[in-house]
Design a protein around this ligand. Structure first.
Ligand SMILES: *Cc1c(COP(=O)(O)O)cnc(C)c1O
Length: 381
């Protein structure tokens, strides 16, 4: 039977199930409980920030970040264009306008020169994306932000375990948002976290993430009967304690999961690096790549759709990379605001299998199949 190698796959099993069983036994399954608090302390330590807040997903963490930083109607937030549109959507949710900046052709995060060129008197902040987990150019972005009095939010959805100049992803901006969706490096199926150093912002976010009051866990064990009152219309953006239990185990496994992905990336680079029909992803020396995805840039002479179908027919999972945001109809990006590098990547990128469960035989099958497919005349335009 033909080998089938999925594009992505979570690495979860008995240790996560045992942790879930403990939460069941404790009786506290809902969100913002003791298991969330324990995970938040561990996660903040891991990413090098003073505070962490678990959230339902990365989108809700981004929304909270932008809201507590004050983004609202009439404001513009500059967003790295090449990303999953949760990034742009979070700006829209606040009433502010996302202004998309084109990206670097090598690592696909916001080009600092494009960011600076997009600044107007209405700009309030920069939302930088660590594309497929590799950190953006935070030194350059910080210099721009300081010159213009802007804040920076890091979309670190894919970046758990990555570093930039020796500092962990999550500690590189004023606030950062992670995703624990099933396609990310550590996962509880769904989930997210907001991290940062500023206690005032994180306290505001914590309140907003539980409908606008302090979480119930803070009222446990009080001698009186505190009755909270609502002074703002917050949301239910909580992670459940069941998910937090899974995340505590996943965080402990992160070094092993990263090592497995890094090894697969090395095998791909050695096996595909000589092909003229594609360009390998670039991992810069001054930062570490957590390899949330492994994305090839196909030569324009290839028909990506045909390449993808041929790979899938032979059991190799694949997909396009991620999205050019500015072409998404929801944003109504005006003419003259094109991001040509991002638009080109959107058409030429092809993600091949990357997860922590790939075996030597899987990797051999992917390398052999990609080599055969991109070399065949049937996939040429
Ligand atoms: C996956 C992803 C998101 C959205 O994460 P959710 O947890 O599904 O909200 C946001 N930004 C980027 C860059 C992503 O890759």
């Amino acid at each position: 039977m033909q080998r089938t190698v999925p594009l992505g796959q979570p690495t979860v099993g008995e240790p996560e199930l045992a942790a879930v069983a403990e939460v069941f036994a404790s009786g506290w399954l809902s969100g913002a409980g003791p298991t969330c608090v324990a995970f938040e302390n561990e996660f903040a330590r891991a990413v090098g920030t003073a505070h962490a807040l678990t959230t339902a997903n990365c989108g809700s963490a981004l929304h909270l970040a932008l809201q507590v930083l004050g983004a609202g109607p009439g404001d513009e937030v500059i967003v790295g264009d090449y990303t999953f549109p949760a990034t742009g959507h979070a700006v829209v949710w606040t009433g502010a306008t996302p202004v998309f900046a084109d990206v670097r052709p090598d690592i696909w995060s916001a080009d600092p020169a494009a960011v600076e060129a997009a600044i107007t008197p209405r700009t309030v902040g920069i939302l930088a994306v660590d594309v497929f987990g590799q950190p953006a150019d935070y030194d350059e972005l910080r210099a721009i932000a300081d010159r213009h009095g802007l804040w920076i939010v890091e979309d670190a959805a894919c970046a758990a375990g990555a570093t930039y100049h020796g500092r962990p992803a999550g500690s590189l901006a004023d606030l950062a948002a992670f995703s624990f969706h099933g396609r990310k490096g550590i996962t509880a199926g769904e989930g997210g976290a907001l991290v940062g150093d500023r206690g005032d912002l994180m306290d505001q976010a914590r309140k907003l993430h539980t409908y606008g009051i302090a979480p119930a866990v803070t009222r446990e064990g009080e001698a009186t009967l505190p009755v909270p009152s609502f002074d703002e219309a917050g949301y239910n953006y909580r992670l459940s304690d069941v998910q937090a239990a899974i995340m505590r185990v996943q965080l402990g496994r992160l070094p092993d999961l990263l090592a497995a992905r890094t090894r697969s990336a090395q095998v791909y680079a050695a096996g595909l690096g000589d092909l003229d029909q594609l360009t390998l992803p670039v991992a810069l020396d001054d930062r570490t790549h957590p390899w949330q995805s492994y994305v090839l840039t196909l030569d324009p002479s290839l028909d990506r759709g045909r390449v993808a179908l041929a790979l899938r027919e032979q059991g190799v999972g694949c997909n396009f990379g991620t999205y050019a945001s500015h072409v998404q109809p929801v944003y109504g990006t005006p003419a003259g605001r094109e991001c040509p590098v991002s638009a080109d990547l959107f058409h030429r990128h092809l993600a091949i299998p990357m997860h922590a469960n790939l075996t030597d035989d899987d990797l051999t099958h992917v390398v052999d199949t990609v080599r055969a497919v991109v070399g065949s005349d049937a996939v040429r335009r």
